[in-house]
Design a protein around this ligand. Structure first.
Ligand SMILES: C[S@@+](CC[C@H](N)C(=O)[O-])C[C@H]1O[C@@H](n2cnc3c(N)ncnc32)[C@H](O)[C@@H]1O
Length: 276
């Protein structure tokens, strides 16, 4: 996809126009901290950390945040609040079981391959550790979905292609930002397949203060705008990325001289939530 808008080009737009927005500060930061729970002394990975505003809040609670971000210029800002990595999700260049928790705020919807995202987070977060995500609700990201003002003033919702995978590009400053869509079942099923056990889920509409600040949202207070999920990692220690020798390959009878190894994600048990 050569024409995909790239977040590297959107860094200035994000920093100048949205990062300090009340809607983010007032709602998303407290929601992420609440989902993560007490992480005092824990290493917590902020995936798509932007300029590091949530790292700052987390650090103030006694956690040790690490940022990962595709934009070099944003990592320079975030570095004030903790170590930062420049990398492009869904790949996470960290060792297995190397952090206690990870989170994303408004990032998963910008990643094309969410299956690899969930597998990678399950690999780097230690067994029993937490993943928290806040995303734009899938009702909003379906291609063609939009609010409609009826003649009598009622606001209704066109669902668009909710059950398809797809994307839509929205204007962002001089450029565009891409939102990848997947249904709730697609998203939650993908996380479950990666051994993430869902322990909390919330859907939120626009708050009164958001409608006051953004009058265009009037009438949409009953539409879900945000989806917030907390998972716990049910993988067993030491079961990631184990190297296995493949099939019945015989190096002596093959033109290929080297050993053939496949790095695969292996799990010791089917994904399941721990008994409560
Ligand atoms: C909507 S902003 C959210 C920033 C931050 N999480 C916050 O809430 O303040 C999305 C962020 O994700 C980053 N991002 C987008 N795609 C990424 C990718 N594939 N890998 C790493 N970072 C990415 C962007 O550069 C941007 O900083």
């Amino acid at each position: 996809m050569t024409d995909e808008p790239d977040w590297i080009a959107l860094a200035a737009w994000w920093r100048d126009e949205l990062a300090g927005d009340d809607a983010y500060e007032g709602e998303i930061t407290p929601l992420i901290l609440d989902l993560l729970g007490d992480q005092t002394g824990s290493t917590v990975l902020d995936l798509g950390c932007g300029e590091g505003r949530i790292m700052a809040a987390l650090s103030a609670t006694g956690a040790r945040p690490i940022g990962l971000e595709v934009s070099v210029s944003l990592t320079v800002d975030a570095r004030v609040y903790g170590p930062t990595l420049v990398a492009r999700l869904p790949r996470i260049p960290l060792a297995d079981d190397s952090v206690d928790a990870a989170f994303t705020a408004l990032v998963v919807e910008h990643i094309a391959d969410h299956d690899t995202f969930f597998a990678e987070t399950a690999r780097v977060v230690r067994p029993g550790g937490v993943l928290a995500t806040v995303i734009n609700h899938p009702v909003w990201t379906a291609p063609g979905s939009t609010p409609i003002q009826e003649r009598d003033g009622e606001v209704t919702w066109r669902p668009g292609e909710y059950f398809s995978r797809g994307w839509s590009d929205e204007p962002a400053g001089e450029g565009a930002v891409r939102f990848y869509h997947r249904s709730m079942a697609d998203l939650l099923g993908s996380a479950a397949s990666a051994a993430w056990c869902l322990t909390r889920i919330e859907e939120r509409g626009a708050t009164e203060s958001q409608i006051r600040n953004h009058p265009g949202l009037a009438g949409q207070e009953h539409f879900p705008r945000l989806l917030a999920v907390r998972w716990e990692n049910t993988q067993t220690a030491g079961t990631h990325g184990r190297q296995i020798q493949s099939g019945s390959y015989n190096p002596m009878s093959s033109p290929w001289n080297g050993p053939r190894w496949a790095s695969v994600l292996t799990r010791s048990a089917p994904p399941s939530c721990p008994a409560t």
